[in-house]
Design a binder for this molecule. Sequence first.
Ligand code: GLN
Length: 465
Amino acid sequence: MSLTETLTALNQKELALADVVASLWKRIEEREPEIHAFIRLADPEALMRREEALSSQPLRGLPIAIKDNLTTVDLPTTCGSKSLSGFRPPFDATCVTRLKAAGAQVQGKTNLDEFAMGSSTEHSAFGSTRNPCDPDRVPGGSSGGSAAAVAAGEALAALGTDTGGSVRQPAALCGIVGLRPTYGRVSRWGLVAFASSLDTVGVLARTVRDAALVLSIIAGHDPKDATSLPLPPHDYTENLETKDLQDLKIGLPREYVPPGLSPAARGLVDRWCQALQELGAEVVEISLPLTEYALPAYYLVSSAEASANLARYDGVRYGLRVPGELMAEMMAATRTAGFGREVKRRIMLGTFALSAGYYDQYYGKAQRVRTLIAREFEAAFQEVDLILGPTSPTPAFRLGEKADPLSMYLSDVFTLPSALAGLPAISIPGGEVEGLPFGLQLIAPRLGEEKLLRAAYALEAALSA
Ligand code: GLN
């Protein structure tokens, strides 16, 4: 059942919260030993006990899974890193506070690539998560635990974070819905920073309606986050149902259907265009020639910001400390033991890109490219309402298959450009390639969530019919 259907059943007293929790935990017992979506789970008995206290709230006590880079007071927040193993934050992330205020409960903390750096959830210090559709394959990343939990039926919905694609790509690889809001729409307070100018909190859900429902709860201005947009809360489920998409013009960028895309994937893209046309939308080919520069720009900007953000894990303030004679020795030993290979790679890359003499050549240039990419989208949105394409170039790959970092990075070619531009985007199930889920991505202009969700909702129905 979807989150919305579960809520309806609770409201009509066909189900009690205890039944829902029991059935989720039954699923967890069956699937979790193989999937490993969670780093830590709440006590189901404790969740059941709050039935009465929360029954008058909109979410009626339903458990929601939370990616383990969002702070929670109930359970430790590790970011999938040894450096934060067992760390208990003193406050909840704003998105968690809002969920709780709406009557949700924290179901558990989901696995992720260490500090959200990765596309497969293989870079977690606490072991890999597996794809529920095929356990030899990765669930994508970095919100792989959240995506796998929802896809396996272990969770009704989950929060994830998307810096360069970490909500959309795992949603695509696991065959569910993944929504990245406009940068600034959802507070980053309590999101452990990876790349602050790109980080967003997003939703992984079984349906577009569920994603819209959760967004309605977590979005809104938060004075604790200086980049939070001063916008009032909004009900994104309100205008989902429109009979057609006649008012919409959808752009399909040539660069999002590159020659390397498999024939099966191309076939799906054709099917999506046809479905959109049948819904009354106009589909036109467009071009976003700067697409190929998004990957290098993203890895320079995000790694530069990461190198600064991760300086705080010094053995003094948080988590792990490995003793040493001198303070510098203690710090070096702590960071050597606390961080995994990928995180170290990013810190080194970022530090290098920011160093005197290279700053302009690398970081400065990447920032300028980022501006050009944002402008390219702005120009495209003068002509079209939404942009369509695949979420990721391939379906889920095998564990261990992408040992070379660059081949892993390429998994995000279609999600990075919109992330650099701070745009909202969604991935919905788009059919199958090689018997595995393949995601359809829609990208909207800044603050275009309503239009985005309305089109995604109509397409979801058309493609599953
Ligand atoms: N896969 C991308 C990276 O490794 C994006 C990660 C993210 O969005 N958190 O940086």
